[in-house]
Design a protein around this ligand. Structure first.
Ligand SMILES: [Zn+2]
Ligand SMILES: [Zn+2]
Length: 297
C-alpha cells in the first residue's frame, strides 16, 4: 500500500515563535505534493526538512489571513527561479483568484498557476479526491479533506499460482470483471482484495461549526487547529478559533481515528502539554504537532 506522508512545516498560531513557524503542511502521496497553506517562511522550512518545493503539484489555501499565505510570494519566486515547469493548481475560498493574481502582478511571479475557488467535492483523480467545506471565521475560510478511494488490488501470489500472464486480462480483473483464461472462468474476487480508502482532513482557523464535523466524518487523521486552551475560551470565541477541547470534540463527534493538533498560540510555547492534556480528556488518540514532525500511514 502506497503511504501518505504528512510533513508539518509550520505549526504556529498567528505569531510565529522560535520553535514554530507559520502554518504550512505538506501532504505527499505517489506523485502528488500538496501544500496546505503557505505561511511566511514556508520555503525555508522545505529546506530544513530536506524537501524540494519544485515537486509541488497543488496548493490548498484555507483563507487569506497573513499567517496562512505570507509565504506565497517567496515560494513562487523561488519556484520561478528554479525553472518550475509545472502548472501549480491553486485552490482557495472566494476572492482567491483576485488576491493571488494581485500577488503575482505585484511581485512579477511568473510561474504558471491554475486557480479555482472551490466548494464541496472539487477535484477527482483516479486514486483520490478533494473536498472543501466553509468554516466560521472572520473571512471566507475553507477546511479540506483528502480522500484516497478504496480500490480492488490484484493479489500477485494468486495470479502467479494461476500462471496468469501480464496482459489486458489483468486490467479486467482489476475492474471487478470475470475473465476466461485457457478455457477457465476466473472471477475477480478469486484473485483480488479490497484495499480500504483513507481520509485526512485539515481544519485550520474556525470557530466550532457543524460543517467541520460533517467534513471530518470518519477521517483516519484529523489535523486541526487548536489555538487556545479552555482557559482562553472567551478569547477563542471572540477571535473565531478553536480551543483544544473544541478540536477534540470535533474529533469525537466525527468519529475520526486520530487527532493531530496544530496552530498553537505562542502563549503555550513552553508548556504545550496544557493543550494536549485538555484535548486528550475528550479524545484519547491525540498528538500535538511540532515543526518538522512527519506522520506516515
Ligand atoms: Zn491562523
Ligand atoms: Zn485566520
Amino acid at each position: 500500500m502506497e503511504k501518505v506522508k504528512i510533513t508539518f512545516l509550520g505549526t504556529s498560531n498567528a505569531i510565529p515563535t522560535v520553535k514554530r513557524s507559520h502554518t504550512a503542511i505538506l501532504l505527499t502521496y505517489k506523485n502528488e505534493n500538496i501544500l496546505v497553506d503557505c505561511g511566511e517562511g514556508a520555503q525555508r522550512q522545505f529546506k530544513f526538512a530536506h524537501l524540494s518545493p519544485s515537486k509541488l503539484t497543488r496548493l490548498l489555501i484555507t483563507h487569506w489571513h497573513g499567517d496562512h499565505i505570507l509565504g506565497i510570494p517567496g515560494l513562487f519566486q523561488t519556484l520561478a527561479m528554479s525553472d518550475y515547469q509545472k502548472t501549480l493548481e491553486v485552490y482557495g475560498p472566494r476572492n482567491t483568484e483576485r488576491f493571488l493574481s494581485s500577488l503575482q502582478h505585484i511581485f512579477k511571479l511568473k510561474i504558471k498557476t491554475k486557480v479555482k475557488e472551490v466548494f464541496s467535492k472539487f477535484y477527482e483523480g483516479s486514486d483520490f479526491y478533494l473536498e472543501a467545506a466553509s468554516m466560521k471565521h472572520d473571512t471566507h475560510c475553507l477546511a479540506y479533506s483528502f480522500i484516497i478511494k478504496e480500490k480492488h488490488r490484484l493479489d500477485k501470489k494468486k495470479l502467479a499460482k494461476l500462471k496468469l500472464p501480464n496482459s489486458p486480462l489483468l486490467k479486467q480483473l482489476q475492474e471487478s470483471k470475470s475473465i476466461t483464461f485457457k478455457g477457465r472462468k476466473i472471477k475477480s474476487s478469486q484473485v483480488s482484495y479490497l484495499e480500504k480508502g483513507r481520509k485526512i482532513t485539515f481544519i485550520l482557523d474556525t470557530a466550532p461549526n457543524p460543517a467541520s464535523i460533517q467534513l471530518a466524518k470518519n477521517s483516519d487523521i484529523l489535523v486541526c487547529e487548536s489555538s487556545f486552551s479552555n482557559q482562553e475560551a472567551a478569547l477563542a470565541k471572540e477571535r473565531l478559533h478553536l480551543t483544544a477541547k473544541d478540536a477534540a470534540t470535533i474529533a469525537k463527534k466525527a468519529k475520526v481515528k486520530k487527532l493531530i493538533l496544530t496552530h498553537i498560540s505562542q502563549r503555550y510555547e513552553h508548556n504545550p502539554k496544557i493543550i494536549l492534556d485538555e484535548a486528550k480528556k475528550v479524545f484519547k488518540n491525540t498528538t500535538l504537532a511540532k515543526d518538522f514532525d512527519v506522520v506516515e500511514f
